[in-house]
Design a binder for this molecule. Structure first.
Ligand SMILES: [Zn+2]
Length: 392
């Protein structure tokens, strides 16, 4: 993986700094033309069309406030809590040390980059977060994916952001609310400008340059914001991010839990966690005695490969929508809460898996996984167990 380019980072930083000024200019212009010039001066004072003048002002300010709130929320989420995967102690210490270096040396270190290959220690910290789930994304060898720059095992759907220099969970670049409310504010401007232009044409007045400018700019911005809103809604309904789109024909290796010590077959191989220690090894890398292991915590996984373009998290359009946008209309309209998919506590997986998992189990003819009470789980262990208890 190439190190993050300092020039790219600088360009991104400046883009982020300039966007608020750009937006302030665009909204300033639209307020001047739509609210002050057309609604107040022309429709209200000149034409005496009071209701027609007030309605666009009210709508415009509602959408303006919602656009601003969405932008502020996106900005705060991106700067304060962009779902970074936490550093482990070792990586955090290296980062603290790097920060103490003079700027030039710091950039040199960045250029060489603190690149670290995957940890081969069978007791590598963080592995347990994966094998305590029923399914997780892995490499072909059955270990989770490793970030060579963050020095940790990458959670499912996490990607390394070169701008942040960190792994980010379900990294995406679009905010559906911002572009949606921005489109509505633009629609009010275009509607008002179009109405006033038609009135003036009917009265035989000369063409107002400010209306033409508003229509041209509104059309241009509207084209982008509506396009971006449609794109982000498509991502929401498909349960993908724009990183997934860039890797259109990606295929996943998934570690899917099977009965303990299930043998490999010709179709798949298996891996059992905690990983086997080399024979005769009694001490860790620092000479410390190895911690005893709990045999009850052992779990075996079959390593399965999806076909190209298959999405293991596709729950169907409606459930995809709800897992990102929330469970009720208020959450769909206002960016007030985190998406339900931000909760990673389920023992089934970091993100809810869709029908592809049972389909893969059939395709690879995996042995049925039994719970402690002997009932089949079929990858939905908790759900099936709850149902079987409810029957009693
Ligand atoms: Zn990373």
């Amino acid at each position: 993986m190439p190190p993050p380019g300092p020039n790219n980072r600088t360009a991104t930083k400046w883009t982020i700094r300039l966007i608020p000024f750009f937006l302030a200019g665009a909204f300033g212009f639209s307020i001047y033309v739509t609210v002050a010039h057309l609604c107040i001066d022309y429709l209200y004072r000149q034409k005496r069309q009071r209701a027609t003048a007030v309605a666009p002002i009210v709508l415009y300010f509602i959408f303006f406030v919602l656009t601003f709130a969405s932008y502020l929320r996106t900005f705060l989420a991106a700067s304060r809590n962009p779902a970074l995967v936490p550093f482990n102690d070792r990586r955090r210490a290296a980062e603290e040390h790097r920060k103490t270096l003079p700027k030039r040396a710091r950039e040199d270190v960045e250029a060489q980059h603190e690149w670290l290959p995957a940890d081969q220690d069978p007791d590598s910290p963080g592995l347990e977060a994966f094998y305590t789930k029923d399914v997780f994304v892995c490499e072909p060898d059955g270990r989770p994916r490793w970030c060579t720059l963050c020095w940790h095992w990458k959670p499912d759907r996490a990607h390394h952001s070169t701008d942040l220099g960190r792994c980010v969970r379900k990294m995406d670049h679009l905010c559906p609310w911002f572009t949606f409310y921005c489109s509505l504010a633009i629609a009010v401007c275009i509607g008002t400008a179009g109405y006033c232009l038609a009135l003036q044409q009917r009265e035989g007045m000369s063409v107002d340059g400010r209306i033409v400018a508003m229509l041209a700019l509104g059309g241009l911005f509207g084209f982008f914001t509506i396009g971006m809103t449609m794109t982000s809604l498509k991502y929401v309904f498909d349960n993908i991010t724009n990183i997934d789109v860039l890797r259109k024909s990606q295929e996943f290796f998934l570690a899917v839990r099977v009965p303990l010590d299930s043998p490999p077959t010709q179709q798949y191989h298996t891996i059992t966690y905690p990983l086997a220690r080399p024979a005769g090894l009694t001490r860790g890398p620092n000479g410390q005695p190895l911690a005893p292991r709990d045999d009850l915590a052992r779990r075996t996984f079959a390593v399965l490969r999806t076909d190209k373009g298959e999405n293991p998290w596709d729950l169907g359009a409606w459930r995809n929508f709800k897992t990102v946008m929330g469970n009720n209309a208020l959450e769909w309209l206002l960016p007030i809460r985190h998406s339900p998919c931000c909760n990673h506590d389920s023992p089934k997986g970091d993100y809810e898996f869709g029908p592809l998992i049972p389909e893969l189990k059939r395709r690879y003819q995996l042995p049925e996984l039994k719970d402690d009470d002997g009932s089949a789980t079929s990858g939905n262990g908790i759900e099936m167990r709850e149902r079987s208890h409810a029957r009693r």
